[in-house]
Design a protein around this ligand. Structure first.
Ligand code: HEC
Length: 203
């Protein structure tokens, strides 16, 4: 009975003062996140502070006005680094292991002992034979085949993975190249996974 009463009182408080509760939650969440990444290297710790793009996206709940959306996109596009050899297709087999690997940037990954993964399967379906995948992002099954393996699509995909904000402002996808989660060569391997006719994504 007492528990029910307490729950009812808490519900009333929560309904009456959601703003006050939310305000209290923010500093403790920030502190908890900072504490969880205490062992992170100094050059990565900057990522605990939202950058300009994240600030604008948070402020507008991921729907910024057109002018600000355009600024995000332009800024992201201008900072894309392209492969020195001008080639966008790497090794799809390496790309498949990167897509499978969720290693890297977690609070338990410091100091790092191996390369970061792309964790693509956490959010996307890719190869048909892999039955375990998340659905936050759209299915990427037959990605290259559906686009006729076009060269322009290969380049567009590199840019999307390098920095998704260059294509879709306030995208929910990690900015793999821009945030140095993956190297340029690793991004090429992932592009190959989606864009090679012989990759399991297109079978
Ligand atoms: C945290 C979840 C998440 C991860 C991890 C993730 N993505 Fe995404 N991705 C998304 C979401 C969500 C979208 C669509 C909307 C958006 O960008 O917010 C998307 C969109 C895409 C698109 C565009 C699809 C289309 O139909 O135009 C491609 C291509 C893509 N992701 C590839 C990848 C690859 C390759 C990886 C791994 C290196 C990856 N994603 C990792 C969430 C993720």
């Amino acid at each position: 009975m007492r528990n029910i009463f307490n729950a009812a009182v808490l519900t009333i408080i929560a309904l009456a003062a959601p703003g006050a509760l939310a305000q209290q939650a923010v500093p403790s969440a920030d502190a908890a996140i900072a504490a969880a990444f205490a062992a992170a290297p100094a050059d990565w710790k900057d990522r605990l502070t939202p950058d300009q793009t994240m600030k604008v996206c948070s402020e507008h709940k991921n729907h910024p006005p057109a002018k600000e959306a355009e600024e995000i996109q332009k800024r992201a596009q201008a900072a894309i680094e392209y492969p020195a050899d001008g080639k966008f297709l790497g090794d799809w087999k390496k790309g498949e292991s990167l897509a499978q690997s969720g290693y890297g940037l977690r609070f338990s990954d410091y100091p790092p002992t191996r390369q970061n993964g792309g964790n693509c399967y956490a959010c996307h379906q890719l190869a048909a034979r892999e039955l375990s995948f998340g659905t936050i992002g759209p299915s990427l099954l037959n990605y290259g085949k559906l686009r006729d393996f076009k060269e322009s699509e290969v380049k567009a995909l590199y840019e999307r993975i390098y920095n998704s904000q260059a294509v879709l402002p306030c995208s929910n996808m990690p900015r793999f190249g821009a945030n140095k989660i993956l190297t340029i060569d690793q991004i090429k391997d992932i592009v190959a996974l989606l864009m090679s006719p012989d990759s399991p994504v297109n079978k």
